[in-house]
Ligand binder design. Structure first.
Ligand code: NGD
Length: 268
């Protein structure tokens, strides 16, 4: 069990929706129509409130995603991630540079929040504790983020990017076959038609001062390349792109690799 539903879930979601549409994204997400935040929240709530966690499945939130992501396409800027949440979002810049799932309205409204419904309860949400998994129904765990991932992948057009962690510990690989990226995103990229995906650009990050467990063309990254090509997409892979090293080093200034960045910066 985890913590319960985030207090103020409704207010946070509606507030984030207004912030998203009228402040953060009003300048550069110009091709999207303005959505009614209260309506969006109501559609979300009707899917989950008074329902038990184990009754959720991959169609529970269909109406919510249909409404929230209506009219959205992400051309040449969709960015996926696995094991690299923080740096990927710094890099995407709230959708200015690239667009991650969390830079879309549907996911921005709930990213980082916890919620679960409760049957026969006046509130209809469990504010004390939410299950982490449902033993009897694996789809319950995937109801929101599984569908979010699938829906987002279907909106990506042209070249896409995926940021992977080449320094995973505990025998985890950079490309894992049970990750959301491999289960719900890669298989749902459009392979046909005008709005298809053409190329998968993989960016592999190695944390400064940690060993590089996998680099492009090695181990699980080889599996990824084969899979990507078998879907008919072009593939490119880059280890530690410079702009991402600088972001990593802003947090790990003392690392050996980051001294190089320091020296270069001092010279200019
Ligand atoms: O077994 C699990 C589990 N494994 C990971 N996570 C899990 N949650 C469970 N309830 N049960 C959660 O997914 C955890 O909160 C992680 O922070 C998050 C991502 O896991 P990670 O880093 O291993 O990468 P994945 O490939 O599995 O998923 C990231 C991709 C990314 O391209 C997003 O577009 O899938 C999308 N995503 C999935 C899940 C959650 C985003 C989120 C999110 N914003 O919370």
């Amino acid at each position: 069990k985890t913590n319960g539903t985030t207090c103020g879930l409704k207010e946070i979601m509606i507030g984030r929706c207004h912030d998203y549409q009228y402040v953060k994204h009003s300048l550069f997400l110009t091709n999207q129509s303005i959505k009614n935040c209260t309506k969006l929240y109501e559609v979300f709530e009707s899917a989950v409130r008074y329902k038990s966690y184990c009754n959720m499945n991959m169609s529970t939130y269909e109406r919510y995603f249909d409404l929230a992501l209506d009219g959205v396409h992400v051309i040449n800027r969709a960015m996926f991630w696995s094991g690299t949440y923080a740096i990927t979002h710094t890099y995407s810049g709230n959708g200015r540079n690239y667009v991650t799932l969390e830079d879309t309205l549907a996911a921005a409204m709930v990213d980082g929040l916890i919620w679960c419904g409760k049957e026969n309860d006046t509130e209809g949400f469990d504010f004390v504790s939410c299950p982490y998994t449902c033993k009897s129904n694996q789809w319950a765990d995937l109801a929101f983020w599984g569908l979010a991932s699938k829906t987002f992948a279907q909106l990506a057009v042209g070249e896409i990017y995926v940021v992977l962690n080449g320094s995973q510990a505990h025998g985890k690989s950079a490309f894992r076959n049970n990750s959301f990226f491999s289960s719900f995103e890669l298989p749902n990229l459009r392979r046909n038609g005008t709005y298809r995906v053409t190329k998968v650009n993989t960016l592999v990050l190695h944390s400064p001062d940690e060993i590089a467990v996998e680099k492009c063309g090695e181990k699980s990254l080889l599996d990824l390349e084969k899979l990507v090509r078998s879907h008919g997409f072009d593939y490119a892979c880059k280890d530690d792109p410079e702009e991402l090293i600088l972001i990593m080093c802003s947090d790990k200034w003392e690392a050996r690799e980051c001294q190089i960045a320091r020296e270069v910066l001092r010279q200019t």
